[in-house]
Design a protein around this ligand. Structure first.
Ligand code: HEM
Length: 448
C-alpha cells in the first residue's frame, strides 16, 4: 500500500528549506572564494547571513510542525535497518539544519570585526554574547569558519544519501514514499511565497543602502599648498552634499583671501587667557554657524566609495589675518555622530574596533600653527582620535564676505594610525582601504 502523504505545510517547508540550503551552500562557497577586493563581497556576506537566519527560522517552524504532527508511516515492507537509517538521516538533517546556521552566527559573534547582523537590514539580530572569543578572537573565528564549512559538507553528504534513497523508493521500490513529499499546487504556492518574501527582503536590503559612489584616487598633498592641493585634488563628488556647491577650488576665488580682516588691524584683537597653544594667543573671534557647516568623511570598502558626515562637532576659531602667529583653532567632533546612511556601517563605526564611542566620545583637532600657503592656508596641529595623537596639516581656502568667513578644506588620513579598524581582518576580509578622507566646510561669523 502507498504511504500517506505529508500535509501541505510540511511539503512546502521541506522544499523551501531544501532549495534554500542548496543555494546557501553554493552562495557560501562562492562568496568565500571571491577576492576581498570584489565589490559584491560585503553584500553577499550580509545576504548570506540573512538567508541563513531565514533557514534557521523555517527549520524551527518545520521542527514545530514535526513535533505536533504524525508523519506518514514508512512502508511495512521496508527492512528494519532501512527504517532506522531513514529516521537517523532525518534527525541528523534537523541537527545540521540547526547547527550550521548557529555555527554561522557563532562566527560573526566572536569575529574581531564585530560586524552587526541585520536581517535584510530590517531586524538587528543579537550575536551569541555567551561565546567567549578567547585570547585570540581571530583564531576562534577561524575555527568556527572551519566547523561551519565541515557542517555544510556534512549536509551535502547527507543530501546525496537522502536523494539516492528517495529515488530508490520512487523508481525501484515504487512504494509511494517519494510521492508522499511531492509538492502539489498548495505546497508549490507556499514555496513561491517564501521566495517572494525573501526577494522582498533582498530589495529592502539594497534599498536601505546608500547609492555606491565613485572611487577617486587623490594625489599626495604633503607638499602642496592648499590651493594647489585643491586644484590637484578636488574632493570627490561623493563627499559633497547634493545641495552644496562650495568646494575648495570653488570657494577660493581669484581674490586674495581675508583681505577684509587684514586691512583692519586696529585696535588689536583681544587675547585669550586659556588658549590651547603656548605663547600669546587670540581670543575666539569667530562664531561658527552650525547649520551652514559640514564635516564629511569618506572611504573605500570593497572597491566602492562610501561617504558620511559627523552630525555634531564644535569649532573654536581664533583667526586674524594680521595675527596668524597668534591664531589657532580647536575642533571637537562627537564620534558617535558619524553617519553614512548605511545601517551596517553606522552600527559598526561606534564599536570598539572603530571609534569606540563609549570610551572615546570625542575626537579633537587643535592647530596652533596657521600660515599662508599659496592662495590659501595651512593649519598644522594635532589630531587625536581615541588615545592616538598624530600631527596633521590641514590645507584650506578661506573667503570672507560681509564678515562671514567660509573655510573649505580636507585632508587624507591613514585610519590605522588612529587605531580605526586596526584589526587586520578589516583589510583582508572586508577590504576597507586604510586611506580615509575628511573634508569640511565651516562657515563662521566674525565677532567684533
Ligand atoms: C543552513 C544555513 C547555512 C548554510 C548551509 C551555510 C553554508 C555556508 C558555506 C558553504 C560557506 C562557505 C564555507 C567556506 O568555504 O568556508 C559559508 C560561509 C559563511 N557563513 Fe554560512 N551557511 C549557513 C548559515 C549561516 C548563517 C546563519 C550565518 C551567520 C549569521 C553564516 C555565516 C557565514 C559566514 C560569516 C561565512 C564566511 C566564512 C568565511 O569565508 O570567512 N552562515 N556558509
Amino acid at each position: 500500500m502507498d504511504a500517506q502523504r505529508y500535509n501541505t505545510v510540511a511539503i512546502a517547508l521541506h522544499w523551501a528549506i531544501a532549495l534554500l540550503i542548496l543555494g546557501q551552500i553554493a552562495g557560501g562557497f562562492y562568496m568565500h572564494n571571491l577576492p576581498n577586493t570584489a565589490p559584491a563581497k560585503f553584500d553577499l556576506f550580509q545576504l548570506h547571513k540573512s538567508f541563513g537566519l531565514s533557514i534557521l527560522l523555517l527549520t524551527f517552524l518545520r521542527l514545530g510542525w514535526r513535533l505536533f504532527h504524525k508523519t506518514p508511516a514508512l512502508p511495512g515492507a521496508m527492512p528494519g535497518w532501512q527504517k532506522l537509517a531513514a529516521r537517523a538521516t532525518h534527525w541528523l538533517f534537523y541537527f545540521l539544519m540547526l547547527a550550521t546556521p548557529l555555527m554561522g552566527l557563532a562566527i560573526v559573534s566572536v569575529s574581531p570585526k564585530d560586524i552587526p547582523t541585520e536581517w535584510f537590514g530590517l531586524v538587528s539580530v543579537p550575536h551569541l554574547g555567551f561565546l567567549d572569543p578567547g585570547a585570540d578572537p581571530a583564531a576562534t573565528e577561524h575555527l568556527f569558519i572551519e566547523l561551519h564549512e565541515v557542517l555544510s559538507y556534512a549536509i551535502l553528504g547527507l543530501l546525496a544519501l537522502h536523494v539516492a534513497a528517495a529515488l530508490k523508493h520512487g523508481f525501484i521500490d515504487r512504494d509511494g514514499v517519494l510521492r508522499s513529499m511531492a509538492p502539489g499546487v498548495g505546497a508549490a504556492t507556499g514555496v513561491g511565497g517564501v521566495f517572494i518574501a525573501l526577494a522582498i527582503g533582498v530589495s529592502i536590503y539594497f534599498a536601505g543602502k546608500p547609492e555606491p559612489v565613485r572611487s577617486d584616487s587623490t594625489p599626495d598633498i604633503e607638499t602642496a599648498t592648499p590651493s594647489e592641493a585643491s586644484s590637484q585634488r578636488p574632493p570627490p563628488d561623493d563627499l559633497v552634499e547634493p545641495d552644496e556647491t562650495v568646494l575648495p577650488q570653488d570657494a577660493a576665488p581669484a581674490q586674495e583671501p581675508a583681505t577684509e580682516v587684514a586691512d583692519d588691524v586696529n585696535p588689536p584683537p583681544a587675547q585669550a587667557a586659556n588658549a590651547p597653544c603656548d605663547g600669546p594667543a587670540l581670543a575666539v573671534n569667530w562664531r561658527v554657524d552650525e547649520s551652514a557647516s559640514r564635516l564629511r568623511f569618506g572611504g573605500v570598502q570593497g572597491g566602492e566609495s562610501f561617504e558620511g558626515t559627523f552630525g555634531a562637532f564644535t569649532a573654536e576659531i581664533a583667526f586674524h589675518e594680521a595675527f596668524l602667529d597668534q591664531s589657532w583653532l580647536l575642533v571637537t567632533v562627537q564620534t558617535g555622530s558619524a553617519a553614512t546612511g548605511d545601517q551596517l556601517i553606522d552600527s559598526t563605526l561606534p564599536g570598539g574596533d572603530w571609534f569606540d564611542v563609549k570610551d572615546f566620545p570625542t575626537a579633537t583637532f587643535v592647530a596652533c600653527d596657521i600660515r599662508r600657503a599659496g592662495g590659501g592656508y595651512l593649519a598644522a596641529g594635532s589630531l587625536t582620535i581615541k588615545d592616538f595623537a598624530h600631527d596633521v596639516t590641514l590645507p584650506f581656502d578661506l573667503t570672507i564676505n560681509d564678515g562671514v568667513g567660509t573655510a573649505v578644506g580636507g585632508v587624507d588620513l591613514i585610519r590605522t594610525d588612529f587605531d580605526l579598524g586596526a584589526d587586520s581582518s578589516w583589510l583582508e576580509d572586508e577590504a576597507v582601504a586604510v586611506e580615509a578622507r575628511v573634508e569640511f566646510t565651516v562657515s563662521a561669523q566674525g565677532m567684533d
